[in-house]
Design a binder for this molecule. Structure first.
Ligand SMILES: Cc1cc2nc3c(=O)[nH]c(=O)nc-3n(C[C@H](O)[C@H](O)[C@H](O)COP(=O)(O)O)c2cc1C
Length: 443
């Protein structure tokens, strides 16, 4: 008999007041100390208790000021970009309070240098014993461009072209130390074998880097590579480089279609169709009864001002539709930024009669993240149904409140999945890549 498929889990975070849900910092039950180390350390411990594969920080590099051409709304109401601390130092601290949990962070290929990124993740991989993961983003809006002096922002496809070369350079740097280059022969006084450390001498269209990296080969060799672009070009990039693909699709139909496309793109790129794990974002509301879960969701939603969602949506779409009335149709929004997100929003809008205010509410509630509302049994059943339909290998759990959502999920949903053999009951041996069952992991 074939074993039922176990699902993978990632805890989704932003190092700031909100995640997909813009209500997080307004939790009426308690404060959310999102600027404190204790907050992140506690979440890391909870996720490790729930045998999550990894924690992950989304990141962007500018406050949002596209909506109404001003930062007024985003800062006043606390949108997704109102505060984002740098996730890498926080992951270093999380590494110290956990021993198995994977540690993922976002770095941009448009506004960083391959040498810096290669170095940061090699460091994290060493100090965590092989738990590092990198979410590769190309960055999406002019605000980010302005912080780095590059205006206008590169076009959508150019950003991915640059990202391809960025990956080539980063991979060369991670490979610049052979596995056995570090000798550490204390008696003979030999630190490393210089013949096993290689200059990379990369000269390309976007980057020059001589190398080698100044850090020995790390336990995983390179971080697990994550990506979340959902446009055609984004998926082609993912098919070439990525080991974990994040997706945010509002319903089962779109999840299934997305994953089918990804599998085809992987094959077209010469990889096995299941060479990358597809992880779908979900936002669970767990209650002792369905009514209790619905009450939690309704309380959460009551904290959303549609304009906070519009501020984030304007940043994602890289479009200022502040002049459009709130009752205008959502299809009037033009996009130049995140094509995938806009396409998903239009698909929810269906006939186009959704208003901009409603889009703002949906965005503020969770950036279109599908919500699973019910008892722990209901939610476990839904997750199993998604995995069994082939629409996902696992889930990016996006919190509605912190740490409440992770506490509920880990204490109530995970044990049910473990009892049914659908979630790992304990961490396996090896690195994060090994535990995710990715090719390139150790046998
Ligand atoms: C679950 C998820 C997480 C994401 N995290 C980030 C992020 O941290 N930073 C960022 O700039 N973009 C993030 N994105 C956006 C994508 O990386 C991508 O840049 C965006 O979808 C635009 O690419 P596309 O046009 O190929 O869809 C995320 C998308 C998804 C679905």
């Amino acid at each position: 008999m074939t074993q039922p498929k176990q699902m993978h889990f990632c805890g989704f975070l932003v190092a700031g007041p909100v995640v997909h849900s813009h209500a997080i910092w307004r939790n009426p039950a308690h404060e959310t100390p999102f600027l404190s180390l204790a907050h992140y350390a506690g979440i890391a411990r909870t996720l490790e208790r729930g045998v999550f594969d990894f924690v992950f920080f989304a990141d962007r590099l500018a406050i949002a000021d596209r909506y109404g051409d001003s930062h007024e709304m985003g800062l006043r109401l606390g949108d997704q970009d109102a505060t984002r601390m740098d996730p890498l130092p926080i992951l270093g601290a999380m590494a110290a309070v956990t021993s198995r949990l994977g540690l993922g962070a976002t770095r941009s290929t448009t506004y960083d240098a391959p040498f810096n990124v290669a170095r940061e993740f090699a460091t994290l991989d060493h100090i965590s014993g092989g738990r590092a993961a990198w979410n590769v983003v190309t960055s999406m809006n002019d605000g980010e461009a302005l912080n780095f002096g590059d205006v206008p922002h590169l076009s959508h496809d150019e950003r991915y072209d640059r990202a391809d070369e960025f990956m080539e350079v980063a991979f060369k740097l991670w490979d610049s130390w052979d596995d056995d280059a570090l000798v550490l022969d204390r008696a003979a006084g030999v630190y490393a074998d210089p013949s096993k450390v290689h200059y990379v001498n990369h000269r390309g269209k976007w980057f020059q880097s001589r190398g080698p990296l100044n850090i020995p080969h790390s336990p995983q060799g390179r971080p697990v590579v994550i990506q979340a672009g959902s446009s055609g070009r984004g998926k082609a990039f993912a098919a070439r480089w990525t080991e974990v693909i994040f997706a945010l699709q509002p319903n089962m139909t779109r999840m299934a279609a997305f994953t089918k496309d990804v599998r085809a793109a992987l094959e077209a790129a010469g990889r096995a169709p299941d060479a990358a794990k597809v992880m779908m974002a979900v936002m669970p509301f767990v209650g002792a009864t369905r009514a209790e879960a619905e009450a939690k969701r309704d309380l959460h939603d009551s904290l959303i001002d549609p304009r906070v969602g519009l501020s984030t949506l304007a940043a994602h779409a890289n479009a200022d539709f502040g002049a459009l009335p709130l009752d205008a149709a959502v299809n009037e929004i033009a996009d130049t930024g995140s094509q995938g997100n806009l396409a998903a929003l239009r698909s929810i809008a269906g006939d186009g009669s959704m208003t901009i205010a409603e889009a703002g509410r949906i965005y503020g509630r969770g950036v279109m993240c599908p919500r699973l509302v019910g008892t722990a049994e209901d939610i476990a059943d839904e997750l199993i149904a998604i995995v069994d339909s082939g629409a996902a290998d696992g889930f990016v759990v996006s919190p509605a409140f912190l740490p409440d959502t992770f506490d509920d999920f880990v204490d109530k949903v995970v044990p049910l999945l473990q009892a049914r053999g659908r979630a790992a009951a304990a961490y396996g041996e090896g690195t994060l890549r090994d535990r995710l069952g990715l090719a390139g992991g150790r046998e």
